[in-house]
Design a protein around this ligand. Structure first.
Ligand SMILES: Nc1nc2c(ncn2[C@@H]2O[C@H](COP(=O)(O)OP(=O)(O)OP(=O)(O)O)[C@@H](O)[C@H]2O)c(=O)[nH]1
Length: 307
């Protein structure tokens, strides 16, 4: 007779203590209804601001939300919310407020969006962190996905325009990737993408954002970086990828990438025109024989800039 108690899987299951509650939880605000659904922001001792404009910590791009709607911070363990003179006054548990102390589970209405405050002690905070990770990151490479990347590009452009700072974007595409898939299989191809993602992550500076924006297409957003500097960085990345062979089926394999680089400038000051310009530059790199870096401004000097 094979009783359930004899089954090692059953025994393991019965001995399991269930999921461990993460001890390192943060309080957060999560959008649970309306525009921005699923978006969240950690709340701590540094003030976080919610509003429509792109320079907020939690952006809810809806006309019912004021540019700067409300702000939240934790002081001496208590979470304080302050309305910032929003046209549609911020409501806490449906009551309009100028200021309020938030408790775990409180609902905050911002325009037509409903947010929930999750306190530090609430295990739901880990749940929302995981859901947020799932919707904003690519599972294969764990890099930010295209949707999250585009939101971050919008915010970075708004900040760059406001501060008069440069901003550049690299789009990096694996050369002749299809033959790798065809010759070694999809799993081997996935391994190449993971390795490239790791190199891109390593290459990115603290203020920069690497992302996977398509199948074999990656991006690196570089706030504060001029076009000549970005071209140098793109070239350094291209060389790094080429110089160190990837391993496919335990054997070294030379992989190369093509890179398109564009910067924010007059007439190219929104996300779609910036991405279109970097894409066109990438296309030019592919047309020039691959394994090279191009920009829409082919004469940009890159000498005398340190790697
Ligand atoms: N393994 C793997 N392959 C993918 C993934 N996403 C897209 N691809 C493959 O990426 C390949 C892209 O091929 P193409 O667009 O023809 O480009 P390419 O062969 O790299 O050629 P060039 O870009 O012109 O240098 C296709 O074979 C897709 O199936 C993925 O997540 N994993």
């Amino acid at each position: 007779m094979s009783g359930e108690e004899d089954n090692p899987i059953t025994q393991r299951t019965m001995a399991s203590g269930g999921p461990q509650l993460d001890g390192d939880r943060r309080a957060c605000l999560v959008v649970i209804h309306g525009e921005g659904l699923g978006r969240r922001v950690d709340v701590g001792e540094t003030t976080v601001r919610v509003g429509r404009s792109r320079d907020n910590d939690l952006v809810i791009a809806h006309p019912s939300v004021s540019r700067r709607h409300c702000e939240i911070r934790i002081e001496a363990g208590v979470c304080h919310l302050r309305d910032l003179g929003a046209t549609n006054r911020t409501r806490v548990n449906d009551v309009p407020v100028e200021g309020a102390e938030l408790r775990d589970g409180d609902h905050v209405t911002v325009g037509e969006s409903l947010l929930k405050f999750i306190g530090r002690e609430n295990p739901e905070s880990s749940y929302h962190a995981e859901v947020y990770q799932l919707v904003t990151h690519d599972p294969l490479t764990e890099l930010p996905n295209r949707r999250h990347f585009t939101e971050r590009v919008d915010a970075a452009i708004a900040a760059a325009v406001e501060q008069g700072e440069p901003l550049s974007l690299c789009i990096v595409d694996v050369d002749l990737f299809k033959p790798i898939n065809d010759g070694y299989g999809h799993v081997a191809g996935d391994g190449v993408l993971q390795e490239l993602a790791a190199r891109l992550r390593q290459h990115a500076g603290d203020q920069e954002l690497p992302a996977r924006i398509g199948g074999e297409e990656f991006a690196l957003l570089m706030p504060g970086c001029t076009l000549p500097e970005a071209l140098v960085r793109g070239e350094a990345l291209r060389r790094e990828v080429e110089a160190l062979p990837f391993r496919i089926e335990q054997k070294p394999h030379r992989i190369t990438v093509s890179v398109g680089v564009a910067d924010l400038r007059l007439g190219r000051s929104d996300r779609s025109s910036l991405m279109r310009a970097a894409d066109a530059a990438l296309y030019a790199a592919k047309s020039s024989g691959r394994n090279c870096v191009r920009s829409p401004e082919p004469d940009t000097p890159t000498e005398n800039i340190d790697d």
